[in-house]
Design a protein around this ligand. Structure first.
Ligand code: PGA
Length: 253
């Protein structure tokens, strides 16, 4: 059965001290409040990965991930970090293809396809982001648009590998805007994506893939979004920087 996952995307926020404080609070709340059926993944900026991993220790159900990885294995690529290096520091997940990377760093479907493979080759679980702009949503072509992002970046994976991928549907117009997709809009897209995966890999494989929703998820809208049958968790930006809010979202299941 597919996992329920709440992943925090810290983006480019928090100093070492701030990150350690947040991590300790989250780990303590996760344990003290006896959460066990929801996987939590913290995705801090690269330098935090090692200290965050140390603070998590052997807490079952809590993991650390990166926000990006290189499409290269190693070598003269100043400023890049490979999936192999990320994995060697104890990370288990990596976000790939966040809309901010697609927009500001011009990452396209082809490049993201390579990054997904590098992650998998190094034992990392890719959290593959997809989602449409407001313009596309208003034109009514969001479904084919987002399906194509999956087809173009993921559909050359084997059935075994695609089941290791976590998908995050993040409508760009909902990210950091305070404007969430309604639970029905999220369900509609998640259902369409699962059917799309099913058409390529079969229903059983599609049923194993966690599809997270991202975009202004907060404690007050999480219950409704997470109650939908095809919404298997969330990728949380702003609200992941506050331990109480983040854990309240985790407990919304
Ligand atoms: P948000 O960000 O929760 O602040 O909208 C989500 C994301 O970008 O992953």
């Amino acid at each position: 059965m597919r996992k329920k996952i709440i992943a925090g995307n810290w983006k480019m926020n928090l100093t070492l001290d701030e990150g350690q404080k947040l991590t300790s609070e989250i780990v303590n709340m996760y344990k003290d409040e006896k959460i066990s059926d929801v996987t939590v993944v913290l995705n801090p900026p690269f330098p935090h990965i090692f200290p965050v991993k140390k603070l998590i220790g052997d807490t079952p159900g809590v993991f650390v991930g990166a926000q990006n990885c290189s499409d290269k294995d190693s070598g003269a690529y100043t400023g890049e970090v490979s999936a192999n290096i990320i994995a060697s520091f104890g990370a288990e997940y990596v976000i790939i293809g966040h809309s901010e990377r697609r927009e500001y760093f011009k990452e396209d479907n082809e490049l993201l396809s390579v990054k997904v493979k590098k992650a998998l080759e190094n034992g990392l679980i890719p959290i593959f982001c997809c989602g449409e702009s407001l313009e596309i949503r208003e034109a009514g072509t969001h479904e084919p648009n987002v399906k194509f992002q999956l087809t173009d970046s993921l559909f050359d994976l084997s059935a075994e590998d695609i089941q290791k991928v976590v998908i995050a549907y993040e409508p760009i117009w909902a990210i950091g805007t305070g404007k969430t997709a309604t639970a029905d809009q999220a369900q509609e897209m998640h259902f369409a994506l699962r059917r799309h995966l099913g058409a390529k890999y079969g229903k059983d494989v599609a049923a194993e893939i966690s599809i997270l929703y991202g975009g202004s998820m907060k404690p007050d809208n999480a219950v409704e979004l997470l109650s939908k049958p095809d919404v298997d968790g969330g990728l949380i930006g702003g609200a992941s920087l506050k331990s109480r809010d983040f854990i309240d979202i985790v407990k919304s299941y």
